[in-house]
Design a protein around this ligand. Structure first.
Ligand SMILES: [Zn+2]
Length: 469
């Protein structure tokens, strides 16, 4: 097989023909979807990168001077239609910084809020294509060379607008760029999702502290991660200048390498990338540390529901895999309506199942009884759900803990306009414990992050929000 020879020639890892066949038996498809074939695998090292978005004048007057004074290079993501307009970088400023070793990448042509955010589901492929293509062309036309990287405007697409948009946007961007950067996430571990590289946005006004950022840095450092810190220079509150200086001082004190995106990717790019990272059925990714992510191997999706029931023994499912099975109503012995069954067979007669009915609101779990080789009874996973659907949401965050049922977790959905913490809405969970161990957590809808605060029993007030790591 031509593809296999190509991979083994440049790659120190042993990949068998069987591995490749697991991904796709059509070698032509594989050939065209292979990216990043480099050799050899090197040891991974922690790296920190700063990416400053939107190319506003504040990038030139506020963040650039900090980077310059600290002797580090950063990456600026430009909305190319705005270059030379008021309150944005001029071309000559960009050229000056480029000569000083700073890096510039695309942040689309127009940064359209409707196209990339509010109306993304209705944005045509052609419009997205123009945003990516024209922006890349601008770099060429203005003597800035081949732009390989797109920092998506808004990003975090599936979270903002619904599942399915992320893969669509990435697949269009992939035609023009080798790398895409998300606006959310923590630090990156090898192998990367090239078209959705994670970025951590500290948000000081919303409760992040210097200590939070330091602990993220510590974590990335101890795991050889690649931490990309996002900045909006125009918003002095998001990452205040003095905090930026303190963070850089801290990074230096720990001797962590700071590189702009262009330089960092040379150390962090995958040894090999095949297929779509997010697609759970096809793909092979090998990181710089030698870690292999083969989604096809980790997750077996059984698409046809022919003959499966909720009574099937563990042995019917593949070992060391998560099987996802659609159960027809006739096979559903729990609710009799059909649903999705998630089975993990860990081997050695160990396993568990989760079932979610198609129409119900309930979720069930059970464990395999290895001694008797039968399933334990289903346990319904419950929480007290208190849907608060009237006004006065704004008071929810301020309500004292005894407003909530004792010894229960209360889940409340907070609407956008009623979210006084993040202004985006999300899920608020309060645990009212009997012995003074009450706390609450909040998951804003715009982030893959949970914030937590403790109830102070002595003063009867909530402590401050902290991002959970
Ligand atoms: Zn932006």
């Amino acid at each position: 097989m031509k593809t296999l020879e190509k991979i083994n020639k440049v790659n120190g890892q042993k990949i068998t023909q069987e591995d490749i066949l697991k991904i796709d038996d059509n070698s032509e498809i594989i050939e065209s979807s292979i990216k990043d074939i480099i050799s050899p695998i090197t040891q991974d090292k922690p790296i920190i990168t700063f990416i400053d978005d939107d190319g506003t004048s504040a990038s030139y007057t506020r963040t650039y001077p900090v980077f310059k004074a600290q002797g580090i290079s950063a990456t600026f993501a430009l909305v190319t239609d705005f270059i030379g307009t008021s309150n944005h970088f001029t071309l000559s400023q960009i050229q000056q910084l480029k000569n000083e070793g700073f890096d510039f990448v695309s942040h689309s042509k127009t940064h359209s809020t409707s196209a990339f955010y509010t109306d993304l589901a209705n944005t045509s492929d052609n419009i997205l294509e123009t945003e990516f293509k024209d922006s890349k062309q601008w770099f060429k036309d203005n003597g800035l060379g081949e732009c390989e990287t797109i920092v998506y405007p808004f990003a975090n697409f599936d979270n903002h607008v619904g599942v399915g948009q992320e893969i669509r946007v990435k697949s269009i961007a992939k035609k023009y760029y080798n790398y895409g950067v998300n606006a959310d996430g923590w630090y990156n571990l090898s192998p990367n999702d090239n078209m959705y590289i994670k970025r951590y946005f500290a948000d000081f006004p919303s409760g992040d502290t210097l200590d939070n950022v330091k602990s993220v840095i510590d974590n990335a450092f101890s795991n050889n991660g690649w931490l990309i810190l996002g900045i909006h220079a125009f918003d002095n509150n998001q990452f205040p200048t003095n905090q930026l200086e303190s963070v850089i001082d801290y990074i230096k004190s720990k001797n962590i390498t700071v590189l702009n995106f262009k330089d960092a990717i040379e150390y962090k790019k995958n040894v090999i990338s095949v297929g779509e990272f997010t697609d759970r059925t096809k793909g092979l990714f090998i990181g710089r540390d030698g870690n292999v992510l083969n989604n096809a191997e980790n997750c077996k999706v059984i698409t046809n529901n022919y003959g499966y029931t909720t009574d099937d023994p563990l042995s019917r499912f593949a070992e060391k895999k998560l099987s996802i099975v659609s159960i027809e109503s006739t096979g559903d012995k729990i609710e009799n309506v059909g649903g999705n069954l998630f089975v993990y067979n860990g081997g050695n007669n160990y396993g568990n199942e989760i079932f979610i009915g198609y129409y119900g609101q309930k979720m069930y779990i059970r464990y395999w009884d290895s001694a008797n080789s039968i399933w334990n009874p289903w346990v319904e996973l419950t929480a007290t759900l208190t849907p608060v659907s009237t006004n006065s949401y704004t008071s929810i965050f301020d309500s004292p803990v005894d407003w909530y049922t004792l010894n229960k977790i209360t889940n409340v959905y907070i609407k956008v306009g009623d979210d006084s913490f993040k202004n985006v809405g999300g899920m608020y969970n309060v645990y009212h414990g009997a012995i003074g161990c009450s706390y609450s957590t909040f998951q804003p809808i715009s982030e893959f992050k949970t914030y937590k605060r403790l109830w102070n029993n002595t003063t009867s007030v909530w402590g401050s929000w902290n991002a959970m790591l």
